[in-house]
Ligand binder design. Structure first.
Ligand code: SF4
Length: 413
């Protein structure tokens, strides 16, 4: 049976924003939404690793079991046509295509090469199509790197520090170490001419590790940027160590130690996007990412079978939380812009809980990353489960920047 439009049968219909009319969410009878600019393609729905915190396989949603392993060429073509249609309709001069999984390299060089060519061929001549790929690097051999270099595909690698930190959570499916293979793939990417397509590293925070040790292990590859991500969790399934005692801020403590190491370095070693975005927001600027501030989400996901979904971190909330019931074979991306879950991520302060609306750091924090706000009963209209940590981190960085600016002012008279 084909899924109905905005089919949410397996979610909880009374939980915000599910079932809330767009007029009520936006305050307008006519809502167009902000066009999507980033399209995350699940080119392969399986993985060669079994990471303990993975939201695709280890958390509430198990919909990967229903997905074909690989995206077919037919689905690639249909998605390319939909992205081109969206770019044309909204006059987009640039779109970002992110190749994701599972592990995208399992899709193989042939399909990935076909995909890049198909998307660029379908796009209007006025739209630049940029490609990124997020991988565990285990299969990142010279042939794959040559292909990515040829097509200008920027590569991000997921790695959780040195061998001990990494292997504590990112093992192969048979329980063996993945570090040596990741290290070898990264060594190829980070050196010589392939360095031009090295986008950076992605590391999931483990409060049981030493933040300085993790950071300095990652610096060994001289990454242009490092994204430190909070493990996914919510008010029902709390992240590890994030208990109900709000005086206890283990994630802020970890991140503040890291911030001080990064910020106090005599020279700029790498970009840490979380800190850079918070600083920009504190100085009155606009954030480029949805996880900081109130920036509207412009990201949409296409699964291996062509289903159009919301960001897949929502899968950490409940089974089916990312579903829209839309499909690239039937529906355009504008239909997804009217999905209540996507609208809720584009309306900024109007989506905040009463608690956040009264908070002194709400402009910078933005209520926390949307999937982390989920609480059974109230849905996504809640503060982040990381609220005490976010407040402590933002106020620490704010104090640090203010002190520094005061010093500069004093020195320069
Ligand atoms: S710190 Fe907490 S209350 Fe303040 S905006 Fe962030 S999540 Fe909301």
């Amino acid at each position: 049976m084909a899924p109905e439009l905005f089919d949410v049968a397996r979610s909880a219909p009374s939980e915000w924003p599910v079932g809330v009319p767009i007029e009520e969410l936006t305050g307008h009878s006519y809502w167009r939404g902000q066009p999507f600019r980033q399209f995350v393609l699940k080119v392969h729905s399986r993985c060669n690793l079994s990471c303990t915190y993975c939201y695709v396989y280890q958390l509430a949603d198990q919909s990967w079991r229903e997905q074909p392993a690989v995206m077919s060429r037919g689905t690639v073509d249909a998605t390319a046509a939909r992205v081109a249609e969206h770019a044309r309709r909204h006059g987009l001069t640039a779109v970002q295509i992110t190749l994701h999984g599972g592990e995208p390299l399992l899709a193989g060089a042939e399909l990935l090469g076909y995909l890049v060519t198909a998307f660029r061929a379908a796009a209007p001549s006025t739209t630049e199509v940029a490609f990124g790929l997020q991988t565990n690097a285990v299969l990142l051999d010279d042939a794959m790197l040559e292909l990515c270099l040829l097509h200008g595909v920027q590569i991000g690698v997921s790695i959780d520090g040195g061998a001990a930190s990494h292997n504590s959570r990112r093992l192969r499916r048979n329980g063996r170490s993945s570090f040596e293979a990741t290290d070898a793939g990264l060594a190829r990417l980070a050196s010589g001419r392939f360095r031009d397509i090295f986008a950076g590293l992605l590391c999931v925070v483990d409060i049981g590790s030493d933040p300085v040790e993790v950071y300095e292990s990652l610096l060994a590859w001289r990454p242009p940027a490092v994204d430190f991500l909070l493990p996914h969790g919510n008010w029902r399934d709390r992240p590890p160590g994030r208990g109900p005692d709000e005086q206890h801020t283990p994630y802020a403590d970890w991140l503040i130690t890291l911030f001080e190491r990064w910020y106090s370095a005599p020279e700029h070693e790498t970009e840490i996007r979380l800190f850079a975005e918070i600083i920009v927001m504190l100085l009155g600027g606009q954030s480029q990412v949805e996880s900081v501030g109130l920036t509207p989400s412009a990201v949409v996901v296409v699964e291996t079978d062509g289903a159009i979904e919301q960001v897949d971190a929502l899968k950490s909330a409940y089974h089916g939380a990312a579903r829209t019931g839309l499909h690239v074979g039937r529906d355009d991306f504008d239909a997804a812009l009217r999905h209540p879950g996507i609208v809720a991520r584009q309306i900024g302060a109007a989506a905040l809980s009463a608690h956040c609306a009264d908070c002194s750091v709400r402009r910078v924090c933005g209520g926390g990353y949307y999937p982390h706000r989920y609480r059974p009963g109230t849905g996504f209209r809640d503060r982040s489960v990381y609220c005490p940590d976010l407040f402590a981190l933002i106020t620490h960085i704010g104090r640090r920047i203010r002190t520094e600016l005061d010093d500069v002012r004093r020195r320069t008279g």
